[in-house]
Design a protein around this ligand. Structure first.
Ligand code: NAD
Ligand code: DAU
Length: 343
């Protein structure tokens, strides 16, 4: 598969006004300038047309505002599409704890609507964007990592809905022969991430002179990956991944706690660690994620390129230089945390 060189593709990207989706479209239009992209996004609280301004007028790009649960429309849109890259989801664990229903509708039923349409329209590839959270929680201090053989053990309504979607996507491969691939990725950071999520919340709080609210004891560990590395990994799976296969994608190979990330950010801003404030823990908070990405490296030659410390600083620069993008989103984010008492 590939737009550059041998044939031009038409991609349907769902959720392309969200964080990873907009970074994917930006990358793809630059690197595969002949391909056509349709972005189907409902523009929920997490979808921002402001994240698409730099490519919205590209002649090979089209935006459609609608829900992936709209069966008739999804079927119509897919008629002349070659590949579906399915990012659209309710993606925030804290919101899933407050209200799981929408997660079930969007993440499970929405995925099934897309799968049915893909089957009907004989799509050449359906690529599903999964998460490492489906594997549950690893123990602090252990050297265990998730890999493609790890049993599913989702522990939040968000990860349970994403796990169900993984299973559905695989079921459509085995039962109906739909040509699918899945990637399960760890925590992304980078430009255009909503200030509700950890790293942008910390950065925008520091810009605003606010404290850094850390859940629980702050020792939980995430496996951080710069968003463009995720996009490049998806590219390598679309281009060379075997049908029916799942590939895990991860970043850092050593553990780093949320507290350490907050300390690094405070120091970038020249602030003392006293800006860190411990707040109520997340219910069912997963302790540690770590991803073994040997399969994608050995089969497809993919490895992350962007160093965490360097790209964390560049991400800080991006938020400093692009206040126009996040300023109007900040009060909604902090209102959410006032409701959950985590501010
Ligand atoms: P995000 O919340 O920033 O964006 C989600 C996008 O989906 C938004 O633009 C939203 O408007 C859209 N959307 C939501 N419901 C929709 C619906 N019913 N119909 C159409 N569009 C809808 O999410 P993100 O961080 O960019 O994550 C994208 C995908 O990657 C998700 O599937 C998520 O589970 C997965 N993922 C995210 C991370 C991460 O660290 N952010 C890591 C691994 C996997
Ligand atoms: O692992 C991949 C997942 O990463 C994706 O599937 C999700 O879509 C994405 O949101 C992310 O989930 P997390 O729950 O890990 O990300 P979040 O940014 O919400 O939180 C990261 C860690 O930081 C987590 O341990 C909770 C903690 N945290 C978060 C916030 C917002 C804090 O300590 N303080 C905060 O203010």
């Amino acid at each position: 598969m590939g737009g550059e060189g041998w044939f031009v593709m038409k991609l349907l990207v769902t959720g392309g006004a969200g964080f990873i989706g907009c970074n994917f479209i930006r990358y793809w239009l630059k690197n595969y300038p002949k391909d056509k992209i349709v972005n189907l996004d409902k523009l929920t609280y997490a979808g921002h047309l402001s994240s698409t301004l730099d490519f919205k007028d590209n002649k090979n790009y089209r935006f459609i505002k609608a829900s992936i649960t709209n069966t008739r429309l999804v079927d119509r849109i897919m008629r002349d599409v070659d590949i579906v890259i399915h990012f659209a989801a309710e993606s925030h664990v804290d919101r899933s704890i407050i209200g799981p229903t929408l997660f079930i509708k969007t993440n499970i039923l929405g995925t099934q609507v897309l799968l049915d349409a893909a089957l009907k329209n004989k799509i050449k590839r359906f690529h599903y964007i999964g998460t490492d959270e489906v594997f549950g929680s690893l123990q602090l201090g252990s050297d265990k990592k998730f890999d493609e053989e790890t049993n599913y053990d989702p522990r939040s309504p968000y990860s349970a809905s994403k796990a169900a979607a993984d299973h559905l996507v695989r079921a459509y491969f085995h039962t109906y022969g739909l040509p699918i691939t899945i990637t399960n990725c760890s925590n992304n950071y980078g430009p255009f991430q909503d200030p509700e999520k950890f790293i942008p919340r910390m950065i925008t709080n520091l810009i605003d002179g606010m404290d850094l609210p850390i859940y629980g004891d702050g020792l939980s560990v995430r496996d951080w990956l710069y968003v463009e590395d995720h996009v490049r990994a998806i590219e390598s799976v679309i281009m060379g991944g075997r049908l029916g296969e799942t590939y895990l994608i991860g970043g850092m190979t050593r553990d780093i706690s949320n507290l350490d990330v907050a300390r690094k950010l405070a120091s970038i801003f020249g602030k003392k660690n006293s800006v860190i404030k411990f707040v109520k823990d997340r219910a069912g908070h997963d302790r540690r994620y770590a991803v073994d990405w040997s399969k994608i490296k050995n089969e497809l030659g993919f490895r992350p390129r962007y160093d965490f410390d360097v790209w964390l600083e560049k991400t800080v620069d991006w938020y400093r230089e692009n206040e126009w993008w996040w300023r109007s989103l900040k009060s909604r984010a902090e209102n959410l945390y006032r409701k959950t008492n985590q501010y």
